[in-house]
Write a protein that binds this ligand. Structure first.
Ligand code: GLV
Ligand code: MN
Ligand code: MN
Length: 426
């Protein structure tokens, strides 16, 4: 059987990414802004569907908006499938690779598998998950959370974007029925395991001088809304001694979050978004909403970190005469990827190091349901969620080749035994 790594390559990953290089460019922020179900992300969904069709894959969109493209040359029952894929939405002003690299690499891997002449013992699906970043509706990995039932579908339907459009309205414009969102037993039953390839979002591979890694774990992480309440008033008519300005309190809250996280090894706290209400240059705000992203390797320590930030925020805001509320928006426990599957990947890729990540992924959400694993591809800048994110062309092809080898191993004789072993060993 020809080696999937050396077999004929129909389309290279750089070619695939070049096709979408102009989709969703952001002239204001730089990089790409591809919010889920916006024009750019919808164009990318069409681009993917067209490529899947060209390869003879059967494409369907499930009731949670996840696209599944099936490669099943032997017409096997749709169960115990090997699933790969990623997402096509981006953060505001994001890079070209976070998400699309995994999707393009999956297509390139299918080309290699087809050319290898393998007789797969189980079906393969390429999945594209909506709203992985949570940039539009606030909750990351929305598609996989709905699929697995870890997010209440009624709550998801009510989520709103910055313009007041609800998730229910957005999905209905894309032919989905908001009443049918939620845990999908049938879709879950089809998945035997999930392997997601992703750009590395730190400097791990650069420092190790390696192109591809196998993931070991994901930090616990979540999002909290910190609202700071003061007194809205006139910027000119209100003396400096007569103010309860929540913007000033918010500045102190952000510093406090940084100080609390710095005092706890392994902790991360970020306020990347701040919304003053009503938000006018000559208006002292009445309220400021801060979005706190907090992470730590340990679930209990994550909860303690957020509680400590809440306490400090209350204290520093009080010094400005302001009050604070803290609301959890989403929480993802720490993930240790499935050890037998991980070992299988490192068996196929013996030089690939194991790497932990601080970034969240759909593979982390799915880990509660099926064995999941990830491959990371070197990012020479070590920067992500920024236009500076980068992958060299040669490394994108090495990544696709690594993915193809892994999929070949899992699809071939013996691969079918690797399933149903449940999530990581603790
Ligand atoms: C997604 O990239 C996240 O880690 O927030
Ligand atoms: Mn991603
Ligand atoms: Mn991301």
């Amino acid at each position: 059987m020809p080696d999937p790594g050396t077999a004929l390559r129909s389309t290279s990953v750089p070619q695939l990414l070049a096709e979408i290089a102009d989709v969703g460019t952001d002239p204001v922020r730089g990089g790409y802004s591809r919010p889920v179900y916006g024009a750019a992300e919808s164009d990318l969904r069409e681009w993917f569907t067209e490529h899947a069709g060209r390869r003879g894959l059967d494409v369907e969109t499930d009731r949670n908006g996840i696209i599944w493209a099936w490669w099943n040359p032997r017409r096997l029952p749709l169960q115990n499938a090997v699933v790969t894929g990623s997402h096509l939405d981006s953060v505001p002003g994001g890079g070209a690779f976070d998400g699309p690299l995994g999707v393009a690499s999956a297509l390139a891997a299918v080309d290699r598998l087809t050319a290898s002449g393998i007789r797969p013992t189980r079906p393969l699906a390429v999945a594209v998950f909506p709203e992985e970043e949570g940039s539009r509706f606030g909750i990351a990995c929305l598609g996989s959370r709905l699929l697995t039932g870890t997010l209440d579908p009624a709550r998801a339907a009510r989520l709103t974007d910055a313009d007041g459009t609800t998730f229910a309205e957005a999905v209905s414009r894309h032919g989905l029925d908001a009443d049918h969102l939620g845990r999908d037993e049938e879709a879950l039953r089809r998945i035997g395991l999930f392997v997601e390839l992703h750009v590395e979002q730190g400097r791990g591979l650069v420092d190790l001088d390696q192109p591809v890694a196998v993931a070991s774990s994901v930090l616990a992480h979540g999002r909290w809304r910190l609202s700071v309440f003061g007194e809205g008033n006139h910027a000119g008519a209100t003396s400096m001694s007569d103010r309860r300005d929540p913007m000033v309190a918010a500045a102190a809250v952000i510093g406090a979050a940084r100080d609390v996280a710095r005092s706890r090894p392994g902790a991360r706290a970020t306020v990347g978004r701040l919304v003053p209400v009503p938000g006018g240059t000559n208006v002292i705000a009445s309220r400021v909403d801060l979005w706190l992203d907090a992470r730590h390797p340990d679930d209990v320590a994550t909860a303690a970190l957020v509680a400590a930030i809440g306490e400090r925020a209350t204290a520093v805001a009080a010094e400005e005469g302001c009050t604070v509320t803290l609301t959890e928006e989403s929480l993802s426990p720490a993930v240790r990827f499935d050890v037998p599957l991980r070992d299988r990947l490192t068996g196929v890729l013996p030089t690939a190091p194991l790497l932990a990540t601080g970034a969240g992924h759909d593979a982390g959400v799915l880990a509660t349901e099926v064995p999941t694993a990830m491959l990371f591809v070197r990012n020479p800048t070590g920067v992500s969620h920024s236009p500076a994110e980068h992958v060299e062309d040669a490394d994108t092809d090495l990544g696709a080749e690594a993915l193809a080898r892994v999929l070949h191993d899992l699809l071939g004789p013996g691969g079918e035994r690797l399933t149903g072993q449940g999530p990581a060993d603790g």
